[in-house]
Write a protein that binds this ligand. Structure first.
Ligand SMILES: *Cc1c(COP(=O)(O)O)cnc(C)c1O
Length: 422
């Protein structure tokens, strides 16, 4: 059985286990669809980042949107991480999980005035500002509160991250960041605004990046800017190199985080910037392979051209296949005597795009529990209630401990905010 990514996922006595916990059994105990995460797998994914940055002023800011469950945030807060947020809602989660606002960076192209005010009052570490228009509004909001907003400009280095267009963010023609050519002028403007304090520079070129080269290209472009900006007397305290490191879903071979960082540090040092504090914003690479989605096989439907394996998880539970045509590994969590066949694994939602895997070779029978692998990132956070389906429960395992970290959503919760016409 090909199990990508995590050493915490293993077959023991014919049963698929996550950190030693029998996943078939967890599915039967907690019902399906069920997300299961390993706390130790998350911490072990963080370790190479921390190891590579020992002896440097640094902050690893976990990107909350990858998986925002409070227990996940708590795990990273306790490990000393900061957080990369993209909304006031995510800020509230970080604080509720015991995170430190002083270690929070606030990214996103569309921050509202209310969100800016909340983040200023909470005392976030930095706003990663994505346009000059946002800069003006942020200055206004901060000055109105008698504060100065700490700011990095997110610069768009115009490099191709070599990833899916929907998750590539560092190219011209993309909504993110300030164009490289305009960055210097934007920094001049930032330095002149009463409600702004320039503290750093930021870039994030995309997601699921599996090579070092785009990072080095972006770094070089950022360092060129740093030098030009500081030549004008504007001091940049930190450099935020974003997130985006890919994981193995099937046969991708992304660099290890420590190898990537070593390559970046070598370039930074060679260009004489080794004194600068470094921030990183990893999301997927910290949680992606620390989680699976468990789903039960409901019906098998054989056809002339296709065989369908209908399961109880759907695109509303896990959107990546429908949204990006993403490949995610799917395996049976228990051994079976059924013959292996080729199946499209699909959910009950009324959309042809509702599939989790196509043309998968599987031995299955109704009642079996399948695990969709690498589902710890951009799984539950993208889940919806489409077709009035309650969202899945989430379980976190940690050594012998098994904790339900989110209850299954009940149908009555789904429309409790709605009203009939009077
Ligand atoms: C999504 C995002 C990240 C995290 O990206 P991953 O690919 O999950 O590592 C980091 N920074 C910003 C600004 C983001 O939007």
């Amino acid at each position: 059985m090909n199990l990508p990514g995590s050493p915490f996922l293993a077959v023991q006595d014919g049963r698929l286990c996550l950190d030693g916990h029998d996943l078939t059994q967890l599915a039967h105990q907690h019902a399906t669809p069920l997300y299961v995460y390993s706390r130790q797998a998350m911490l072990s994914a963080l370790a190479p980042y921390q190891r590579a940055l020992v002896g440097r002023a640094h902050l690893v800011c976990y990107a909350v949107k990858a998986n925002s469950n409070l227990a996940v945030l708590q795990t990273f807060a306790q490990a000393g991480c900061g957080f990369d947020i993209v909304s006031a809602g995510e800020l509230a989660r970080v604080l509720a999980a015991g995170g430190d606002a002083a270690k929070v960076v606030f990214s996103g192209v569309g921050k509202s005035r209310a969100e800016m005010a909340q983040a200023l009052q909470a005392g976030v570490r930095c706003f990663n500002v994505e346009s000059t228009a946002e800069l003006e509004v942020l200055s206004d909001v901060a000055a109105g509160l008698g504060l100065r907003a700490p700011v990095s400009l997110r610069v768009n280095p115009d490099v191709d991250a070599g990833t899916h267009p929907y998750i590539s963010t560092g190219l011209k023609g993309n909504k993110f960041g300030v164009a490289h050519e305009q960055a210097l002028a934007s920094y001049r403007r930032a330095a002149s605004l009463p409600g702004i304090r320039v503290v750093g520079i930021d870039c994030h070129i995309g997601s699921q990046i599996t090579e070092v080269a785009p990072y080095l290209d972006a770094l070089d472009r950022v360092l060129d800017l740093v030098e030009a900006i500081e030549a004008e007397g504007i001091t940049l305290h930190h450099m935020d190199l974003g997130g985006g490191l890919g994981i193995t879903y099937t046969d991708e071979t992304p660099p290890a985080a420590d190898a990537l960082i070593a390559a970046l540090l070598a370039r930074i040092d060679a260009r004489g910037h080794g004194h600068r504090e470094l921030l990183f914003e990893p999301g997927r690479s910290l949680v992606g392979n620390a989680g699976v989605l468990l789903t039960e096989v409901m019906y098998l439907k054989r056809g002339e051209h296709k065989n369908f394996c209908i399961v109880d998880a759907a695109m509303n539970d896990l959107m990546r296949p429908a949204l990006y045509e993403a490949y995610m590994g799917i395996v049976n969590t228990q051994g079976t005597d059924e013959p292996t066949d080729t199946w499209d694994v699909v959910g009950p939602v009324c959309e042809s795009g509702d599939w989790l895997g196509r043309d998968r070779s599987l031995a299955v029978k109704p009642g079996d529990v399948l695990a969709v692998l690498s589902a710890g990132a951009y799984g539950m956070t993208m889940a919806s209630n489409y077709n009035t389906r309650g969202r899945a429960a989430e379980v976190m395992v940690d050594g012998a401990q098994v904790s339900v970290v989110r209850e299954r959503e009940r149908v009555e919760d789904l429309f409790k905010m709605e009203r009939l016409m009077g």
